[in-house]
Unconditional design. Sequence first.
Length: 401
Amino acid sequence: MWDRLFVDCNIATMDARAGDPLGIVTNGAIAIEDGRILRVGKRTELAGFRAKEVVALGGAWVTPGLVDCHTHLVFGGTRAAEHAMRRAGATYEEIAKAGGGIASTVAATKKASDTELLEQSRRRLRALMAGGCTTVEIKSGYGFDTASELRLLEIARKLGEQEKVRIVSTLLALHALPKDADRETFVKEATDKLIPEAARRKLATSVDAFCETIAFTPAEVERAFTAARAHGLGVRLHAEQLSHQKGAEIAARYKALSADHLEHLDAAGAKAMARAGTVAVLLPGAFYALNEMTKPPVQLLRDAGVPIAVATDCNPGTAPLLNPQLAMNMACTLFGLTPEEAIAGMTINAARALGLAHEVGSIAAGKAADLCVWRIAELAELGYWVGMPGPERRIYGGMDS
């Protein structure tokens, strides 16, 4: 006897088929046992089987649980004051050079106690969960030294242990260079001490870096990626956000799971990503908050065959965004994604960006029973409403949560 059987629903399985990118099943049913999907198909195909609980969804739409594959969720304080500076005309680079930006968050994060950090981060995480997220990536990056970075990863792990959500931790080893720090010493600590220790303690699955003129050079990024690979960790990259640094090509060379931002991506980078299977993660919240003008070349990504994911990029300075539906709406409105691309961007392609497509991101037999039930007439509404509330039901591991 099955544990649960959901019936009377329309399902976006995300199992793409010719002419049907969302793998839609109308009048469908989903069988769940031991927290995993046992069967999915037409209601008539599952008729006659028994379950401990049969849940009639009244024609609602069911999607996979949403996957937010790029956040900087664990930090202290806010950077609300920078909002006013930007409105007065200050650029991202000018704010950073004036001692604001990432450095100010690092200071606030160091000042906060573990309990304060945990509870502040929990509130942000629960907002994403209320929006339908069942998997959330969390980066470190606001520590600037080995002990502080490991502390942030420990807090991310605690969140995953205490909340009904799957947390994927990423070590953002090269985020920004502290003021007056020696570049070589900083990079050497990251590659020779921080990365090996995070790997040894199993606190992260991947290493990330910010490849940019105001951050780290391509050569420095490659050093971090080499260290990551040597210690069995995957790699991801903040690439081509403010300028073209050939970051996408570097990411592809190391077979990165994803390259993120990509406003200044060129054709060579897109082709390299396609060959490597690297996912493009678009972050419209940062584009919006920074009032940028250069959009990611979405058609270039389509033409090259690069999977496109969408994420909130939740962070205190450049994307104070806590609503995954708004991220989908922005991806459609600002970047020109279709509603189908936006939905895939926060489900199956986001799962690919985390190396978890075998586990989450689509509704298929054997995968985790992470689902969202939406009281909407059509799926396009997920990218249509501005700041839409979350799903009617959020199901994590087969149970309502």
